[in-house]
Design a protein around this ligand. Structure first.
Ligand code: IPE
Ligand code: IPE
Ligand code: MG
Length: 252
């Protein structure tokens, strides 16, 4: 999106920053690329390309609004079960995205991080991720957290095993705590998501951030991910601002 369009958005009456508290951390399940492509008689890879394109203005808008962390579900541990050509196309798109966008993300103060078992990705993807993380390591405006080969159950298992490695040999009075689990998750150091957005209508979390979403507000839109835009983002945040977050307590 160009600067004029963005300025217009910031002035738009829907601009959530004018209304109330913004979520610190937004997590998005970017779903619906395949259906978007199918509706147009395109192949699924073209849907994913359109999905990557849709991400750019969302990242910009989140950074402009003052969101601290944006986590996007790009590839789940279950997505390996898709045809190999689709999986390969996704890694190609990731490499292309990181190569073409990192400089601009850096200029906007965005630090790129990942969650998920990145060590199992193809080497070309790992190299592109390392380079993008290194290049943006000193940025502090917003974290763009890419969930790659991510599964909530896999993350919990890896967290527990990491903890065990640190505590061997285990003494009889060693016990796990909630803080210890949180500190060994891939998201250690990040606040839990306040708002979970899922595009394209499915009412499930598909193994995303199982621990961290404990008290997230959930917003599902029928809009397919390639059609999701900053106006839709504003709508989601406005809906979030109207929620009554009780955390198990009573309403104020
Ligand atoms: C989400 O779009 C992107 C990934 C899972 C990588 P889908 O590819 O799941 O799109 P649908 O759900 O088939 O429409
Ligand atoms: C969730 O979408 C994963 C990503 C968006 C990366 P899926 O399309 O894989 O989820 P299901 O299969 O509909 O649950
Ligand atoms: Mg899907």
């Amino acid at each position: 999106m160009d600067t004029d369009a963005r300025q217009h958005l910031m002035l738009d009456s829907q601009n959530p920053a004018q209304y109330g508290k913004l979520p610190r951390h937004i997590a998005i399940i970017m779903d619906g690329n395949g259906r978007w492509a199918q509706q147009r008689g395109l192949n699924r890879a073209e849907g994913h390309r359109a999905g990557v394109k849709a991400l750019k203005p969302i990242v910009k808008e989140c950074a402009a609004m003052g969101i601290e962390v944006l986590t996007v579900y790009a590839f789940s541990t279950e997505n390996w079960s898709r045809p190999q050509v689709e999986v390969e196309a996704l890694w190609d798109l990731l490499v292309e995205y990181l190569r073409s966008e990192t400089a601009e993300l850096k200029a906007e103060g965005v630090r790129i991080q990942t969650i998920g078992n990145v060590g199992a990705l193809p080497i070309r993807a790992q190299k592109a991720i390392d380079a993008a993380m290194r290049e943006t390591a000193s940025e502090t405006r917003m974290v763009l957290n890419l969930a790659l080969n991510y599964g909530g159950r896999d993350e919990l298992v890896r967290a527990v095993n990491r903890w065990l490695d640190e505590h061997r040999p285990l003494s009889p009075d060693s016990y796990m705590t909630a803080n210890a689990i949180a500190a060994h998750l891939d998201t250690a150091g990040l606040p839990d998501p306040d708002l979970l957005i899922r595009s394209s209508g499915e009412l499930r979390i598909s193994n995303f951030l199982l621990w961290q979403l404990a008290y997230a507000e959930i917003y599902v839109t029928e809009t397919l991910w390639p059609d999701f835009n900053p106006m839709e983002l504003h709508k989601a945040i406005r809906a979030y601002q109207k929620r009554d977050r009780r955390f198990g307590g009573l309403r104020e």
